[in-house]
Design a protein around this ligand. Structure first.
Ligand code: COA
Length: 190
């Protein structure tokens, strides 16, 4: 029997921090489903289809590519986990503030379904300070995020923000609070 975990998140967009966590998660699990939450309660920059495509492009050619699958889900995470016959949720912790956010969520998930356990891995030190929001903030202000996100993501972010600059109407208005980076670091769901 293969061990299967679900790694949920908004992935708007995926970063090298997520990839690092996945790579280490694959040392424990045979297969991981990267599950994009349709209702994460955030106003996303990228559509679900764009996020799926970005993740798939970012995984292409990696040695572990065939042990990962990109999916999206609606509704409760534990219901989705049950639907795919998994028993494990994988989440990353970057800081104590993440723990405060994750702890009640994992307890609630366990209350909703006692069969499902949440496994936490510490985010790689190199990526400890990044989040999808901080990445978008840097790109929108013209900075480089090279080495922090996969190359397809960096390219797509530049395209997207270039379109926003030109005032294209088919792109959602951002989205990115130009927040004090210190606040972004302290708050998981920004
Ligand atoms: N490296 C870099 N950044 C990371 C990271 C890592 N390893 N792990 C998390 N992050 C960042 C993300 O980029 C994201 O940044 P952002 O807030 O700037 O977008 C932030 O941390 C939040 O992480 P994420 O993993 O995307 O969580 P989320 O809060 O967006 O999503 C769900 C949480 C989807 C798991 C949760 O809302 C859920 O389960 N929803 C389904 C409905 C449900 O069941 N609700 C009841 C739950 S009790």
């Amino acid at each position: 029997m293969i061990s299967l975990a679900v790694y949920p998140g908004s992935f708007d967009p995926i970063t090298n921090g997520h990839l690092d966590l996945l790579e280490r998660g694959l040392k424990v699990f045979d297969k991981i489903l990267i599950a994009i939450a349709r209702n994460a309660g955030k106003k996303p920059l990228f559509s679900i289809d764009e996020r799926v495509e970005l993740i798939e492009d970012s995984l292409r050619g990696r040695s572990y590519e065939d042990r990962l699958e990109v999916v999206s889900f609606d509704g409760l995470l534990v219901d989705y986990v049950r639907k795919v016959n998994a028993k494990a949720i994988l989440r990353g912790l970057r800081a104590i503030s993440d723990f405060e956010y994750e702890f009640p969520m994992s307890l609630m998930n366990r209350k909703l379904n006692e069969e499902v356990e949440t496994f936490f891995l510490m985010t790689g030190l190199r990526y400890n300070y990044i989040s999808s929001t901080i990445i978008k903030e840097v790109v929108i202000s013209g900075g480089s995020v090279s080495g922090l996100v996969p190359e397809p993501v960096e390219r797509k972010l530049r395209e997207k923000f270039m379109k926003l600059d030109e005032g294209s109407s088919d792109v959602p208005r951002v989205v990115v609070p130009l927040a004090d980076p210190k606040l972004v670091l302290r708050k998981k769901a920004s």
